[in-house]
Design a protein around this ligand. Structure first.
Ligand SMILES: Cc1cc2nc3c(=O)[nH]c(=O)nc-3n(C[C@H](O)[C@H](O)[C@H](O)COP(=O)(O)O)c2cc1C
Length: 217
């Protein structure tokens, strides 16, 4: 699959089949993602892959923490966001809601508990960044993430980035036995999407360039 087709086809899936992904395929995807550019080729991303029954054991721990602390998916902004961005987030939730409701599920419960259950994916990739790096190196992790989801899509797998885990990072570091000096940046659920589930028909729209780009000529 060429890169433009992969970019057009990729979408986030929110229901996965309980079928293992071959380890060699995960290794290939990680090799592909490692081709992402990074400042001075430092490749600052530090990866942990959690599979199968360990993934389920971790999700149990996260769902317990969610019941106790109740931190939910949201923009996670330090200050109120400009209206433009809030409108896009609202539109995303509004468009997703009927698909989730049609499966007999409540939107908030499905997305929050689903995120911490990695939507049933058999493989989760956690990406950490050493805290000695300045926040600019998040760009490098972002480029790794972009390459990772495209590689998964091009290799016939589905993915969903899961940022909610960063609110439960203590539990994850404890589970993975990782020091506080590593910042959890993002996780990505990977697996075969369950195409019988209507949520997996969800295709997000994008703002026109006239809203996001200013030309100076
Ligand atoms: C940094 C980041 C964090 C995200 N966190 C979550 C999450 O916790 N739960 C979830 O269901 N989707 C999450 N997503 C997926 C986004 O909702 C999705 O990428 C966005 O709506 C655009 O849709 P698309 O990926 O299908 O194009 C996240 C995506 C990114 C890039």
């Amino acid at each position: 699959m060429d890169v433009l087709t992969a970019m057009k086809n990729r979408t986030s899936f929110r229901s996965f089949l309980d079928e293992p992904v071959p380890v060699d395929m995960i290794k290939n995807i990680l090799e592909d993602a490692s081709r992402a550019p990074s400042a001075l080729n430092m490749q600052p991303w530090e990866i942990n892959v959690v599979l199968g029954s360990e993934r389920k054991r971790l999700s149990k721990k996260l769902l317990k923490a969610f019941k106790e602390r109740g931190i939910t998916c949201g923009p996670g902004a330090a200050r109120p966001l400009p209206e433009t961005f809030m409108l896009r987030a609202r539109k995303c939730a509004e468009d997703m809601t009927p698909l989730i409701n049609s499966m007999g599920q409540d939107f908030k419960k499905y997305v929050n508990e689903g995120s911490l259950g990695f939507y049933g994916a058999p493989c989760v990739i956690f990406v950490f960044l050493d805290e000695s790096f300045p926040c600019e190196r998040m760009v490098d992790v972002g480029s790794f993430l972009g390459f990772l989801v495209l590689a998964a899509s091009a290799r016939g797998l589905g993915s969903c980035p899961i940022g909610l885990v960063t609110s439960y990072d203590d539990e994850i570091r404890d589970f993975l036995n990782i020091s506080d000096s590593k910042k959890l940046v993002i996780s990505v659920a990977i697996g075969k999407p369950d195409l019988s589930k209507s949520i997996n028909n969800f295709k997000t729209i994008r703002a026109p360039l006239s809203e996001t780009v200013r030309w100076v000529d």
